[in-house]
Design a protein around this ligand. Sequence first.
Ligand code: HEM
Length: 406
Amino acid sequence: MTQRHPTASDSPYANYSPVDPAVRANPYPYYAWLRQHAPVKYVAAMNAYAVSRHEDVRTVLLDHVRFSSDPLIQIAFSEYNPAPAARYLISSDPPEHSRMRALVNKAFSKRGLTEMRPEIERTVGRLLDAIGEAREFEFIEAFASPLPVSVVADILGIETERHADFRRWSNNVTAGGDDSRMSEAQRARMHQDTRDFRAYMLDKIDTVRRQPQDNLISDLVRAEEGGERLTADEVLAMCVLLLIAGNETTTSLLANALICLREFPEQEALIRADRALIPAFVDESLRYLSPIQLLFRRATRDTEVAGVQIPKDAIVMPMYASANHDETVFAEPARLNVQRTDLRKHVAFGWGVHMCLGKALSRLEGAIALNALFDRYPRLDITVPAYDWCDAFYLRSPKRLPVRRG
Ligand code: HEM
């Protein structure tokens, strides 16, 4: 009897699905297998084509004619979305996307980063002061989660006394779809919050329309491109998108940065000895442990990527985190190295027309936060042996990160 030799498809990695608990525990060996054996693979559990190589991910992201962003509407929309009728920048395609992006870019880039720096430094200082002398604290709850919400609230011009409400509203929106474990009373409270959020924001939009202020909502209301303006609902949707896109990702950046330092203590020593390496570390940690692991596109026609046929209307998953470990682009991808020369090729912020609007802001937040953490704590040790990763399969971020100061 002839013995069958194991083939690549016998590998446990061949059954990749982003929702599989084994993949959630560590997706990187799966990505490596996919890149080598099935760079474009139909994943039945998702009814989608996983695209894992750097070159192919870039091809998908750069070609908005063949690959539409419209499936992202399901991610952007949750039941607790205060602007359900409005179109979202992230799920629209050119030319509509270009019009919205130009309007938002104008408003967003007007708030120069130099102007934002002192505000962010103050917020970081305030959060660390509140932690005070506690020897142990939960890093996400005390620092990594409130920081980006406060920064966005300040940029939008939310009054300080409404920041606590704003954080709750924001958490509701970003909590997204999964409310299955909530009681009826909790759901009712969330719906009430959504109505309050909408009412507060529409009132604010109306006020600044009559009496412009120096904040992003005012700029969005006034922004005009080719005679076009955003409607009140579009302004509200834009604010909601800034929350969805900017909060969990930046929380994840900060938490994942601590995980990187734990895994590579010699890199931490290097960075602490030369703080000028911090910006490179922010990007290298985004490459090494990307907050957004994958997202979605829809094939607008029968097409092909890397020789694999993809039918019209099929869902395609560009896998940013896999592209960021592609050994044909990054030398020793599984090693964190703040001195690597190929760093700027990472796609943690995406690529093409949808490339992250807040990338400069999150790089700045990351650098300010890490500098302040290094200043305050000669050591900051994670006290759990393993991480409970967040439920959203397209994100990679620990739910909790208990730490002890040294
Ligand atoms: C480390 C933190 C962040 C990461 C890793 C990240 C990642 C990304 C990625 C991968 C995309 C592209 C989505 C696609 O290809 O469809 C994106 C888009 C976007 N991001 Fe970020 N982001 C971060 C922080 C922020 C912040 C702080 C903001 C704003 C406050 C923001 C606002 C946006 C917006 C509005 C878009 C949509 C742009 C468009 O569709 O034209 N992001 N982000």
